[in-house]
Ligand binder design. Sequence first.
Ligand code: HEM
Length: 474
Amino acid sequence: MADESHAESTTSSRWQTRPRPPAPEPLDEPPGPLKMLRILRTNPIEGLVRDHFELPFLMLSTVVGKLAIVSEPNAIRHVLIENAANYSRDRIQRKMLSVYGPNLLASEGEQWRNQRRQIGRAFTPRMVAGFTAAMADAAVALAQRWSALGAGSRIDVAHEMQRAMISLLEQTLFPGGLGRDLDEAIAKVRRQFELTARVSLLDLLDLPRWIPRLAQLRLRPVFAFFAQMAADLITARERMLAASPAAPPSDFLTALLQVDESRTDSPLTRDEIAGNIFMLFAAGHETSASSLCWAFYLLALDPEWRERLEAEADRELPDGRFIEGSLERLVVTRAFIEETLRLYPPIATLNRQAIGADRVGEHVIEPGTFVIVAPWVVHRHRRLWEMPDHFDPSRFLPPARDNIHRYAYLPFGAGPRTCIGAAFAMQALTITVATIVRNFRLELAADSKVWPVHRITVHPEHGPFMVLHPRRAN
Ligand code: HEM
């Protein structure tokens, strides 16, 4: 008995020292239909009720049809893997994602398989490992930019991270550069996210595409900018491939433009190539930038782990450079990032729609049912995590990490549609966080209020705004 109460008090004191970062409190009751519609369009995670975080399965009737929310790990495996062929992306999401033109995220069936095979050639473990030096250069350039701003400068971390991740994409996937002014590209992509973040009511109600959506009209100049950027990139690379066909650069653009003749791939159409350039540019930087905003905010909230990360970065990057094996040895940094992605998964929901009838556990799924696996919910589920709303990266340190069920932690999804850029992103985040932590402490600005909103990604509603404190003279 004495031992038990000692164990209990040790456990509770462990949690007392852990931060509980901001998140909407689950509601007791679902809001009424009008309020719900408003919440769905502004910040859907504010409409979640306690049942979402306590029950393994929920079936709801909504204005758009039946909606199943699946949060039990074996049921998740069934939907995302065992019977993945029966669950396509849902019609609302497909419409939203097709704004880029035909692309991997938005397609299904043979068109998806063909694109996935070809784009996959640019994301093999060997290709990703080969990006280490370029990612480290991008992180050092960011540190230099901040050094030039000077101690005590106030920065908008969201803007800085968006900029840094676009530069990182330029140095890895688009090594010849994007051929556009970075700040202009950022302004355009921000406009695109603003205009596409809210689900159109017309799309929600499945009204025909010929009825013009206001956002679509406003988006035209943005799309024209990115269409021209993609066309210029394609033309430049085609010229380069024609000039030196024997030794093409082995990268993402070549993977899109050259068919692997040892396989049965069909060449991608020009629209598919352009659509994928635009989509990868957008999907590739926005998710990583949101994750970094949360990581730097959480570091400021958690002095204990900040010191652990600083000690690790000082040890592994003594002269600020990545050497053989340093990436693998950043285990504390990696655990910190994994816990950040648990509490703030940039992709809050994986949205599917049942093609045929199915059974998930004891529950019947009718054709057409919307099926949602929500990392935001699963990662904070009362049945799956101890003190789910508390931030504790030690959950991801060995050996504790082995106790996490594979389908209880899904920041990159799972199954055939799993994130093609997962290893790329984890590497980019680890390198960026370690480089910044080695050089700076970021303190939350006194007037910076941080609140998560789910609009395309889960990101802080404003900023965060932070103050730079250099940790070393250079
Ligand atoms: C922290 C960063 C990232 C997170 C959390 C993330 C998350 C995800 C998730 C959850 C999915 C699956 C969606 C679903 O099943 O419905 C996904 C798909 C995808 N991601 Fe990422 N992603 C990240 C970074 C990246 C990067 C850096 C790239 C490329 C440069 C990328 C490209 C893609 C693509 C193309 C897909 C669609 C795959 C398909 O449908 O076959 N992502 N991502």
